[in-house]
Design a protein around this ligand. Structure first.
Ligand SMILES: Nc1nc2c(c(=O)[nH]1)N[C@H]1C(S)=C(S)[C@@H](COP(=O)(O)OP(=O)(O)OC[C@H]3O[C@@H](n4cnc5c(N)ncnc54)[C@H](O)[C@@H]3O)O[C@H]1N2
Ligand code: MOO
Length: 419
């Protein structure tokens, strides 16, 4: 058996994965536990935002027209009427009056403007009446946020599917959403495979390596807002591998396998992808690295097979597993690309698109990119160095410095981009 498999394009592979993956359900959770999850229902405001016209400064609420003629030579004096200490929700002023207001407090009815207290002096008449003295006119509406200035009643403030971060938390809290309804966190089982892979605590024998893909995949899953239900390592023993996979499929929303997926004699997972069974989505991709990536639906669950080669495993996760996890968690799963200028040297093109681990940075307001050294499928160091995947289009020629290429920014890419 040659083990020959038909390659499909990355776009087609992503389409097949996303056609299968659907959000797995939604729950109400305490607001703080919603961090990083996606909102399942749009958040609306029932009242206008803000709900009342609000003072932007500590000072005096006035009717701006009263100050039209104010100047140092001809001050305008307005009678101070009393509000409460924090503002004057139930108070109103008339022409000729001013009222003390605090930052964030409601504007009294009749007022349209706030004058900062630094620009106002107070004068007391003999009968005890206090007057505010204004030396300048003021534009109507100054230092006032109108009722509904941010949003009208009934507006959608956060669209369904939005990931919840600090800004969304502030908004949800202001709406009283103590337990927002969010898409469930996808539960993932990670299975690494191969007699040649030993636990991190062990001393590798000849031809063996430590299991670096396991912590890498677990952290990648975390960065995609998924959670690892459990992980396991299986030796090159088909029955054990099958048992583990079946258990994984029963427990998880998605199973990710690393290693043993190719056509070699010991590639136990590869046998799964070798036949063209009904659930097989693909078993080879026309990309480098990551060409051995595979996917199959078994027992109604998705199983993604990634290369054991660390660099290819990483690329396969970013291009296939991340979109699947995003989609299961209520996102679109669509990978966004932007453009960067290739900074130095030239990059060898291939008959298939290449997705190189690279570094992007900002220089003169432009996004620049360079591939990491040792960008092979088995490369390890470049995974830690990369903050982007650089898409090198297929071509007979090399891609030269100065060319504009598509780049996929990796989570936390800014940390490096500004260094
Ligand atoms: N005749 C063919 N051979 C290969 C093909 C092919 O189409 N025809 N595809 C090649 C490509 S592309 C890749 S990528 C690899 C995929 O191999 P496997 O996924 O089966 O990976 P393994 O053989 O299990 O391991 C490869 C390599 O990676 C190391 N490894 C494995 N697991 C881990 C781990 N958890 N942590 C760290 N390193 C790991 C392992 O020691 C091997 O060195 O197949 C090509 N061959
Ligand atoms: O999946 Mo393999 O990486 O193309 O090296």
């Amino acid at each position: 058996m040659s083990g020959r498999r038909d390659a499909i394009s990355l776009e087609e592979a992503q389409r097949r994965i996303l056609a299968w993956a659907k959000p797995i359900g939604a729950d109400e959770v305490p607001l703080l536990q919603a961090q990083g999850l996606r909102l399942a229902e749009a958040a609306r405001t029932e009242s206008p935002m803000p709900a009342f016209a609000r003072a932007g400064m500590d000072g005096y609420a006035v009717w701006a027209a009263d100050l039209a003629t104010a100047s140092p030579q001809s001050p305008v004096l307005l009678k101070i009427v009393e509000g409460d200490a924090r503002g004057a929700l139930y108070y109103s002023i008339r022409s000729g009056e001013a009222m003390r207001v605090g930052t964030g407090g409601p504007l009294p009815e009749g007022a349209d403007t706030v004058v900062m207290q630094e620009a106002v002096s107070i004068k007391q008449d003999e009968d005890g009446t206090r007057r505010a003295v204004f030396l300048r006119s003021e534009t109507a509406g100054r230092h006032v946020t109108a009722r509904g200035a941010e949003a009208a009643a009934g507006s959608v403030l956060i669209a369904a599917g939005t990931r919840i971060g600090p800004g969304q938390a502030a908004l949800l809290a202001s709406l009283g959403a103590a337990r927002p309804c969010v898409y469930r966190k996808p539960r993932i089982v990670v299975v690494t495979a191969g007699d040649d892979v030993v636990p991190v605590e062990s001393e590798p024998g000849i031809g063996q390596v430590r299991n670096g893909n396991l912590p890498m995949l677990r952290m990648l899953i975390e960065s995609a807002a998924g959670e690892t239900a459990w992980d396991a390592h299986v030796p090159d023993e088909p029955d054990q591998a099958q048992q583990t996979l079946l258990r994984g499929l029963a427990d998880a929303d998605l199973v990710i396998v690393s290693g043993g997926i190719s056509v070699g004699d010991t590639d136990i997972m590869g046998r799964l992808f070798g036949g063209a069974g009904p659930g097989l989505l693909f078993s080879k991709l026309a990309i480098r690295p990551g060409s051995a990536s595979s996917a199959i639906v078994l027992d109604g669950k998705l199983l993604i097979g990634l290369s054991g080669n660390p660099g290819a495993c990483f690329a396969g996760f970013e291009l296939l597993a991340r979109p699947a996890i995003e989609r299961l968690g209520g996102g679109s799963g669509e990978l966004k690309w932007c453009q960067a200028r290739l900074a130095e040297g030239s990059v060898k093109s291939n008959a298939n698109p290449r997705f190189l681990r690279g570094v992007v940075w900002i220089e003169g307001g432009m996004l620049m990119a360079r591939p990491c050294a040792e960008n092979s499928s088995s490369g390890l160091i470049s995974i830690g160095e990369a903050n982007a995947l650089l898409a090198i289009p297929p071509s007979a020629e090399e891609t030269r410095a100065g060319a504009t290429i598509d780049v996929r920014l990796l989570p936390g890419w800014q940390d490096r981009a500004w260094q």
